[in-house]
Design a protein around this ligand. Structure first.
Ligand SMILES: NC(=O)c1ccc[n+]([C@@H]2O[C@H](COP(=O)([O-])OP(=O)(O)OC[C@H]3O[C@@H](n4cnc5c(N)ncnc54)[C@H](O)[C@@H]3O)[C@@H](O)[C@H]2O)c1
Length: 268
């Protein structure tokens, strides 16, 4: 069922790799809710992923961009405004990658070249995206920018590795840039802290199966799925959340405020 929540709104969606991606589900729903948008991903992901299918189904154009490259981002932002016929109402940053995790390096044995790369892709890219939008004055007043994060930014999950630090940095950027975007352009900036979700990025974390099952048993409402996340994200792009900004919003079925659940106690 559609509520036309995003009727006439324009945006950019980063990070739809395949049908499991949170960005993929968000694009599908944003389309159903009346939005038009440009899809983007890293050129290398373009070749591996199935983004062309999504573009066809949602009537979107694809503009490849490495989110760490200012040149790519400038091209993306300028062209998107042109293609969509006006300034942007929403932007979704749904990007994460740790080279240390990929290579199986422990948190206590990082290769700092990998650390820097992962930090650039997973955290600084959010600043780069916003700085490009800001400088090009590409956001419509009362627009909304959202990035996805995980609770390892606040509490330790050992196998989340250096992504925990990247997420803490990402959340801080949302607050800091949120101030300037709010003051100068009346644009809101938030992060959604999502439950563990079976996607390419999620499943890359060591011990993911244990991790997701534990969260499911701990959360009074159960884990939030990628579809649930898409639904929450669309509300943050809608006109009904205009004064929500500079927040890290937990979307996790109650996990973050649960000390222990009956199911977990029974396991012991
Ligand atoms: N899956 C989970 O358990 C979970 C939980 C909380 C938060 N998140 C966050 O949600 C977001 C989306 O991840 P997902 O779970 O949908 O997985 P995903 O693997 O489908 O998406 C990650 C995306 O990042 C893109 N990406 C990587 N490097 C890039 C670059 N240099 N430039 C542009 N794009 C690049 C990938 O191509 C991919 O599309 C990430 O920020 C992730 O950390 C995921």
């Amino acid at each position: 069922m559609s509520y036309n929540l995003l009727k006439g709104k324009r945006g950019i969606i980063f990070g739809a790799l395949d049908e499991n991606s949170i960005a993929w589900k968000t694009a599908q729903l944003a389309h159903e809710e009346g939005a038009t948008f440009v899809l983007t991903n890293a050129p290398v992901a373009m070749r591996m992923g199935q983004i062309a299918e999504l573009a066809k189904a949602t009537g979107s154009e694809i503009i490849p961009a490495d989110a760490t490259s200012i040149e790519d981002l400038e091209n993306l932002v300028t062209k998107s405004v042109e293609i969509l016929g006006g300034k942007l109402d929403f932007v979704l940053h749904s990007i994460g990658m740790s080279v240390n995790v990929r290579k199986g390096n422990a948190y206590t044995d990082q290769n700092y070249n990998y650390t820097e790369k992962g930090w650039d892709v997973s955290a600084v890219s959010f600043h780069k995206v916003m700085q490009t939008l800001y400088k090009h004055d590409a956001m419509q007043e009362w627009g909304s920018i959202v990035a996805l994060t995980y609770m390892a930014a606040q509490r330790t999950f050992p196998d989340y590795n250096d992504m925990a630090d990247n997420k803490a940095y990402l959340e801080s950027i949302a607050r800091s840039f949120g101030y300037f975007f709010g003051k100068d352009k009346k644009v809101r900036v938030n992060t959604i802290s999502q439950s563990p979700t079976p996607t390419t990025a999620g499943s890359g974390v060591k011990g993911f199966d244990g991790f997701i099952n534990y969260a499911e048993k701990m959360s009074p409402l159960g884990n939030a799925t990628a579809q649930d996340c898409a639904e929450y994200t669309v509300t943050l792009f809608s006109d009904y959340t205009k004064k929500v900004t500079m927040q890290n919003l937990f979307h996790d079925g109650g996990f973050s405020n649960t000390g222990v659940s009956q199911e977990v106690i029974e396991k012991f």
